[in-house]
Design a protein around this ligand. Structure first.
Ligand SMILES: Nc1ncnc2c1ncn2[C@@H]1O[C@H](COP(=O)(O)OP(=O)(O)OP(=O)(O)O)[C@@H](O)[C@H]1O
Ligand SMILES: [Mg+2]
Length: 259
């Protein structure tokens, strides 16, 4: 299974969630591939060298091999996740671009063999991240729940929906603002889960804090819940057909209420 995690603006916690999914995925063999064209963060956060990683994976993909095993490019992070680390800065963009060749075949095939989570950073119209999202089984767009966050997502649905129809989910990050029900109704996109604000959980997943029991925190429980939903539910039963007539304008929320 191939799971893409992305945002459309800001830094709502994509890398943190993607790493949590790889660490807590209920099936064996999960790998996170850092594919943010703006550069990877996890090597610096966990004190690793980014090679082997995305650059070596892209180089292997460029040779035209039909099957490129991820194992040779994976590093094990202290938080308990296997990750293909991206270099920081511009170096990542060329490697991400290479992985879009042949319709994202390298990642798609890897996802046939094992659970693969891909951190795509911020999606942009026509960008390489969108091309990789298009081959994923599920695409999780992480966004805050304030009016400004919702309108940023809504403004991009025109090109997100045709590419990702039937596989697009919102993950509502943080507290306050729109409820999941309101977001799903007003944007016409199902909300997979609420990602709670958790200083300790995020601290563990960004390598900033040593939290031995982080897998029991509310953030980890939410991440596990998402993974279980994605692995056990039939897409047809959890993703309602989008009816454009149901999409309403996003309405301002004041103290939790629309007006
Ligand atoms: N659920 C959370 N609760 C509290 N803090 C969080 C949570 N998720 C992320 N953070 C914090 O927010 C900051 C940004 O997180 P992260 O790097 O995951 O965002 P991102 O969306 O990947 O950003 P970018 O687009 O810059 O890559 C980090 O300092 C992290 O600790
Ligand atoms: Mg990130």
């Amino acid at each position: 299974m191939l799971i893409a995690v992305a945002s459309v603006k800001g830094a709502p916690g994509v890398t943190t969630l993607a790493l949590g999914l790889a660490a807590l995925w209920p099936e064996l063999g999960a790998v996170l591939v850092e594919c943010d064209p703006d550069g990877g963060d996890l090597a610096a956060r966990f004190g690793h060298h980014p090679d082997p990683g995305l650059a070596s994976l892209a180089a292997a993909a460029r040779t035209g091999l039909t099957q490129v095993p991820l194992a040779e490019h994976v590093q094990r992070l202290a938080v308990g996740a296997n990750v293909v680390l991206a270099p920081p800065g511009d170096g990542a963009a060329a490697a991400v671009q290479t992985l879009t060749y042949s319709g994202g075949e390298t990642l798609r095939r890897a996802g046939d063999d094992q659970p693969v989570v891909v951190d795509l950073g911020r999606l942009s119209r026509g960008g390489p991240g969108l091309a990789l999202a298009a081959v994923a089984d599920h695409v999780l767009v992480v966004a805050g729940a304030q009016l400004a966050d919702a309108t940023q997502v809504q403004a991009r649905l025109e090109w997100l929906r045709p590419e990702l129809s039937g596989r697009l989910w919102l993950v509502r990050a943080g507290d306050g603002g729109y409820s999941s029900t309101e977001l799903a109704r007003d944007l016409g996109v199902p909300v997979l889960w609420d990602l709670p604000h958790s200083r300790l959980g995020a601290g563990a997943l960004t390598g900033q804090l040593r939290v031995p029991n982080w897998r029991r925190l509310k953030l980890a429980r939410a991440v596990r819940g998402m993974a279980t939903t994605l692995t056990t539910a039939q897409p047809a039963s959890i993703l309602p057909e989008f009816d454009p007539a149901r999409q309403l304008a996003v309405r301002p929320v004041v103290e939790g209420r629309h007006r």
